[in-house]
Design a protein around this ligand. Structure first.
Ligand code: SAM
Length: 477
């Protein structure tokens, strides 16, 4: 009974306060729900997926009119389990609630059959666009395992291209070292390798930033927006036990997930988690830091897997919201560009909107402090040159070299490019000569705004935090 009661609560509050996964995870951490969060999530997300059809069936069968004690969210869940699961079983003992649905079983089944006939399908699955990644990507965590032992333990047949992937096969990525793709049906998260941190589920494009920054063993780098920690642990694998990562995360709950992930990845001796706002850090305290990854909150327009959860998806990408995000992204990258010994800064988002991507780059390139510090967009040759999809040339019009600037950015389209939609750019500078050094006072003024300014710049509050990393975060595993 708990299962349905708690699920109906999440179903009723859908579309509010962040993603379904986050809400269930947080409620479970805070011990506000008793049910296993994995079961809760599976039930609620599947009910949401079929909701329009279940609603039609309930309406045609007049279920709510005949059973006054039954409320809509509970009816949706119970009918879902009765008609849309393999077992066709409502998972509760003999209760009046269960009986109120079961006594209409024949009528409900008849309505399901009518619906299938109407849509000319054998199963309603055929009407649902599977909102899942086309490839399940995982990275071998070289801090804990080596590629050969992982491959022999998985015992899958290697194929030469992503297109050839099917269950039982594995594809070695041609762009990112130690990255592999398998069919989403492959249960990699149930393997011991996943449990013990030897492999980390991480979308291919999400591996771009650490690869592009390419810190060397022993380097000291910053991950400015770190939770849940995919890029932090990837950076840790690059710098190794002699290196150091400072991982900033301003959301306390998410910083706990980050700490868990760092521990699981065997990176606790390399990573220092700094729970706080990166823009409030003092660059002069990090004179040994040579590189930074800035992967801030974004609209998440390149991600998928939440389509059924969104009540008003258009609100997430309104011009006003993109504008707010973009000024926040500008200020956080600008702060990263003010670190005195930094030679490279990677900026990335999982958004497909130019406002959060190329336009942020344009604003930074036009910023006098950034110019004075000698930052430029690295050439294509420095940023996964063989990757086909680059920045949008038209966004750099007005610069003498728009093609070159666009070539210095990488983009990925959701699904079409084998995973989430993504954007990354590398800023670099040769040396910290006097001319090339950052104007700290001006930089700090600009990047440490007052609280009011922070608000007007659209620093997203944690409640409305877009879970742009949703697809990668296996919070329940
Ligand atoms: N890089 C992460 C990964 O690959 O696993 C995903 C980062 S997610 C897109 C953005 C994160 O930045 C969120 O956890 C958010 O709470 C955090 N964040 C946003 N603004 C921040 C700030 N000013 N300082 C530190 N963290 C911030």
């Amino acid at each position: 009974m708990n299962l349905y009661k708690e699920a109906s609560w999440f179903l009723s509050s859908n579309g509010k306060e962040g993603s379904l996964q986050t809400r269930i995870f947080n409620a479970s951490q805070a011990k506000k729900v008793k049910t296993n969060p994995k079961h809760l999530y599976a039930l609620v997300s599947s009910t949401l997926k079929y909701k329009p059809y279940i609603k039609k069936i309930i309406k045609s069968a007049k279920l709510l009119e005949l059973e006054k004690a039954l409320k809509e969210p509970m009816a949706l869940l119970l009918v879902h389990d009765l008609l849309f699961t393999k077992s066709g079983r409502i998972q509760m003992g003999k209760t009046p609630l269960k009986e109120s649905v079961l006594r209409h079983k024949t009528r409900l089944n008849a309505e399901l059959t009518k619906l299938k006939l109407k849509h000319k399908v054998k199963s309603l699955d055929e009407l649902i666009d599977e909102d899942d990644t086309p490839v399940r990507w995982f990275r071998v965590n070289t801090l804990l395992a080596d590629v050969d032992s992982v491959l022999s333990s998985l015992d899958l047949k290697e194929v030469a291209s992503v297109g050839k992937l099917q269950p039982g096969c594995i594809y070695r990525d041609e762009y990112i070292p130690n990255l592999f793709g398998v069919s989403p049906k492959e249960r990699v998260t149930q393997s011991a390798l996943y449990e013990n941190g030897s492999i980390i589920i991480q979308d291919r494009a999400s591996c771009f930033p650490a690869f592009i920054l390419n810190p060397q063993e022993g380097d000291s780098v910053i991950d400015a927006c770190a939770a849940p920690g995919n890029k932090t642990t990837h950076l840790a694998a690059h710098v190794g036990p002699r290196g150091a990562i400072t991982a900033f995360e301003r959301d306390i709950r998410r910083s706990n997930i980050l700490k868990q992930m760092v521990k699981k990845a065997g990176a606790d001796s390399i990573v220092t988690v700094n729970v706080g706002d990166f823009t409030h850090s003092n660059p002069d305290d990090f004179t040994d830091v040579t590189g930074l990854v800035v992967d801030p909150s974004c609209s998440g327009s390149g991600t998928f897997g939440r389509a059924y959860e969104e009540e008003n998806p258009q609100d997430s990408y309104s011009e006003e919201r993109l504008q707010k995000l973009s000024s926040f992204q500008f200020s956080i990258v600008k702060h990263a560009l003010s670190f005195p010994s930094a030679k490279k800064v990677v900026y990335s988002t999982c958004s497909i909107h130019a406002q959060e991507n190329e336009r942020v780059v344009v604003d930074l390139l036009n910023d006098s402090n950034v110019k004075r510090a000698g930052w430029r967009v690295a050439n294509r040759s420095r940023i996964i040159p063989m990757w086909h999809r680059r920045g949008l040339v038209e966004e750099f019009e007005g610069f003498p070299n728009p093609e070159q600037l666009a070539g210095g950015c990488v983009r990925a389209l959701p699904k079409v490019d084998g995973g989430i939609g993504f954007f990354a750019v590398l800023f670099e500078r040769d040396s910290t000569t006097e001319e090339g050094s950052v104007d700290h006072s001006a930089g700090k003024q600009a990047v440490q705004p007052s609280q009011e300014q922070v608000k007007s710049q659209g620093q997203p509050d944690s409640e409305s935090e877009p879970e742009s990393d949703y697809e990668e975060w296996n919070g329940f595993d």
